[in-house]
Design a protein. Structure first.
Length: 71
C-alpha cells in the first residue's frame, strides 16, 4: 500500500473501521496498513493510539510501529 501512487486515501476509513474488528489478526493487519500508507490525520492517529491499549500484544506492537512511521 505504501508504494501506490497516488496514495489510496479512500482506504483510510475502512482500515480505521477494521481496527475495531473482533479478530486480532485483522486489527493488526489494519494497523500495519495504516502505517504503510503514512497518512497522518487526527482520525488515524487517534485510532492507532486507542489500539495501543488492545488486549493482544501483537496488535499493540503494530499500532506503536504505525504511529512511529507517522512521526
Amino acid at each position: 500500500l505504501g508504494t501506490l501512487q497516488p496514495r489510496p486515501e479512500w482506504a483510510v476509513p475502512a482500515l480505521i473501521g477494521r481496527l475495531k474488528d473482533r479478530r486480532p489478526g485483522l486489527r493488526r493487519l489494519a494497523a500495519e496498513c495504516l502505517g504503510q500508507l503514512e497518512i497522518d490525520t487526527p482520525d488515524v492517529r487517534q485510532a492507532l493510539q486507542r489500539l495501543q491499549q488492545d488486549a493482544d500484544d501483537r496488535v499493540r506492537e503494530a499500532a506503536a510501529a504505525a504511529l512511529a512511521r507517522l512521526q
